[in-house]
Design a protein around this ligand. Structure first.
Ligand code: NAD
Ligand code: GLY
Length: 367
């Protein structure tokens, strides 16, 4: 049985749900029975994660019927064809409206499983079992589900909250270091946008996190989820404040698109995007040079890139790509900026020349 499980709640009235964080959760028969037992289940995972963890879950849940769909691994499979294959699995095994889909994997599996659950018979229950750091601190919480369209990332989707998020920190033992570091970018994001005290803790404990110290990891995951849960509870459908969760993302998405998603992982692009957001915030006299250095030093200490990838187009083309962002309203580019470490807001009040200067300075850096 898992010990010392941390329990948080995403407070959304009738759609509220718990987040459980701990070591050994997937072997905890009583716990899995509580959330997954005595139900029709469809386990969804991918070719990399299923061989590592699916049997552990199956044997912990025990006897009842557990169907499974194993999808190929990769962001390039986060599309409608994979959703159809999950729905085919549900139909072929005659799942009814009381079924539960279980997402076992990173953000790609989680986003797709959630979307299939939102669509099947107009919405069925689903459970998130995230296995990457990024999914544990970000994508499994908050109910954003969906897939990519050939012309844009995450353009097809639905808000559909899970019934529970089960975070077994032991699964991080098999996560490649680069993926782990990409997840740290989202952890640092919470310190920058809304939790100055956590930012200081991260500055003091980044080396423990890089060594995957269990106690430090559980604390960082819980504090990140707590911050995300607060923002989601305040603005479930991103009418306002939830947009601060996208600090660095508009800059980062432009880099990912310009390099056809082939060069950097999402978290790496977000890390460098946050450096650009810090730079612009200082240019607008919102934060000090010291704040910028602190942000950048922490991003560097997390093993994330602090200079741009090769092969980016010119500044005007980058601004054009930034204009594809979902935060653009009536043609107006809006960015998440900082008033201080721990205090983010969304703004369109910057001159295009100031944005161009940030891009020029950051994108001309050498490694
Ligand atoms: P991912 O799901 O592609 O996982 C990264 C890689 O790690 C994959 O190859 C995966 O098979 C492997 N992996 C996962 N867990 C492992 C483990 N424990 N051991 C060994 N290998 C493991 O990537 P990700 O970074 O988890 O998620 C990125 C996706 O999340 C993107 O599609 C992004 O759009 C989405 N996202 C969604 C939200 C949201 O709110 N819904 C937020 C952020 C990101
Ligand atoms: N990852 C951004 C959000 O959940 O809103």
């Amino acid at each position: 049985m898992a010990t010392d499980i941390i329990k948080l709640t995403v407070d959304l009235a009738e759609r509220s749900y718990p987040i459980l964080i701990g070591s050994g959760l997937l072997q905890d028969k009583a716990l899995l029975q509580q959330y997954l037992g005595n139900r029709q289940l469809l386990l969804v995972s991918n070719e990399t994660i299923a061989p590592l963890y699916i049997d552990t879950i199956k044997s912990a849940i025990g006897g009842q019927r557990q169907d499974q769909v194993i999808v190929p691994d990769g962001e390039q499979y986060k599309h409608m064809a994979t959703i159809e294959s999950i729905i085919d699995g549900l139909m072929a095994s005659r799942h009814n409206r009381t079924t539960t889909l279980v997402a076992l994997g990173g953000g790609v599996v989680g986003d797709m499983t959630g979307f299939a659950a939102a669509c099947y018979q107009r919405g069925v229950r689903f459970v998130q079992i995230p296995t990457t750091l990024l999914a544990q601190v970000d994508s499994s919480v908050g109910g954003k589900t969906g897939v990519n369209h050939p012309l844009g990332k995450n353009m097809i989707g639905a808000f559909h909250q899970p019934a529970v998020v089960l975070i077994d920190t032991d699964t991080l033992a098999t996560l490649p270091q680069r993926e782990f570091q990409a997840g740290l970018a989202e952890v640092i994001k919470y310190g920058l946008i809304c939790d100055a005290e956590f930012f200081v803790w991260l500055e003091q404990n980044i080396n423990r996190l890089m060594e995957r110290d269990e106690e430090a990891l559980q604390y960082a995951i819980a504090r990140s989820c707590e911050n995300k849960a607060k923002v989601v509870a305040a603005d479930e459908r991103e009418g306002g404040i939830r947009a601060i969760l996208n600090l660095g993302h508009t800059f980062g998405h432009a880099i990912e698109t310009a390099t056809q998603y082939k060069t950097w992982l999402h978290g790496e692009a977000v890390g460098f995007g946050m450096i650009m957001a810090l730079d612009l915030s200082q240019r607008l006299d919102l934060i000090t040079a010291e704040d910028v250095s602190r942000g950048e030093n922490l991003i560097r200490a997390a093993g994330l890139p602090t200079s741009p990838p090769a092969g980016l187009p010119d500044i005007d083309a980058m601004i054009e790509l930034m204009g594809m962002d979902k935060k653009v309203i009536d043609g107006q580019l809006r960015l998440v900026l900082l008033r201080a470490i721990g205090d983010a807001f969304v703004s369109s009040e910057f001159a295009i020349d100031q944005l161009k200067q940030t891009l020029r300075d950051c994108l001309n850096r050498s490694a």
